[in-house]
Design a protein around this ligand. Structure first.
Ligand SMILES: C[S@@+](CC[C@H](N)C(=O)[O-])C[C@H]1O[C@@H](n2cnc3c(N)ncnc32)[C@H](O)[C@@H]1O
Length: 247
């Protein structure tokens, strides 16, 4: 899969992409990540990428010309032609990024992500260039680079082969509509807190059931609204009814 990241500060990405699982995914060519500096696509002497807003008010607005030139140049796109891959604007006004959206986007062989700064983009970038708009949540950051990294990270770990354990992402929180069960590792006892006996029993059937029940309980206590859409089995409903009855 290929990511094309368009930013005024592409150096921001480097250290995170050179760490741990993402670094390995790049080295093993599960993903190619191409960083593009929008400033390189300016044509004026001072390489200007932002300007004052029409109508007045504070802050600066990212100009459309270098963004269109960068994206069209990199994607080999004729002006007005449909892009060969999703062109995603990172914006707090977009649809909210979830595990389901990560799953959906992971099916594409290529994604272009455009990071904003300042007051954001000239509206014509939204209406004339992008195909999707994504927010990472209901808060405002100074730039779209962290949101873009969040998309790259969440999507990359879903690609086949990236995680050492092929089922590694299947039980993750939100992957199957539930929060994940608790994890333990050695030592078996720490400061008076013992690892649940069942996890050391070697009985894989019982361990699987215990984990499922813990995931159900966690979700019930922390995010009960998720249970209304989670795919639950009759055994799950029976288990949960014990707790619902006690409310
Ligand atoms: C200060 S923000 C601009 C916010 C804009 N004035 C608004 O109210 O919608 C600058 C840039 O950061 C990025 N950004 C900030 N918060 C974000 C969020 N929650 N999700 C995605 N991108 C975000 C966007 O690329 C945005 O253009």
């Amino acid at each position: 899969m290929q990511f094309d990241l368009f930013s005024l500060f592409p150096e921001v990405f480097t250290s995170y992409l050179q760490t741990s699982i993402l670094q390995r995914a790049i080295e093993r060519e599960f993903v190619q990540i191409h960083l593009h500096n929008i400033r390189d696509w300016t044509t004026d002497k001072h390489h200007v990428t932002d300007d004052e807003p029409y109508g007045g008010g504070g802050g600066m607005v990212m100009k459309p010309e270098p963004i269109f030139a960068a994206v069209e140049g990199i994607l080999g796109l004729h002006p007005g032609a449909p892009p060969p891959c999703p062109v995603i604007l990172l914006t707090p006004q977009g649809r909210v990024f979830t595990q389901a959206v990560a799953q959906e986007l992971s099916a594409h062989p290529r994604l272009a992500l455009i990071c904003g700064r300042y007051e954001g983009f000239d509206e014509r970038v939204r209406t004339g260039l992008v195909t999707d708009e994504i927010s990472i949540g209901d808060y405002v950051l100074t730039g779209g680079e962290l949101p873009a990294l969040i998309l790259v990270d969440a999507i990359t770990r879903l690609l086949p082969g990236v995680l050492g354990d092929p089922d590694g992402a299947a039980d993750d929180s939100h992957a199957m509509g539930l929060l994940e069960y608790p994890h333990y590792t050695r030592p078996p006892e720490f400061r008076g807190m013992a690892v649940p006996h069942i996890l050391r029993s070697g009985d894989h059937g019982k361990i699987a059931r215990w984990r499922r029940e813990q995931a159900l309980l966690r979700t019930l206590h922390r995010r009960p609204e998720m249970l209304t859409t989670a795919p639950l089995t009759p055994a799950d409903h029976k288990f949960l009814s014990k707790y619902n009855d006690r409310k």
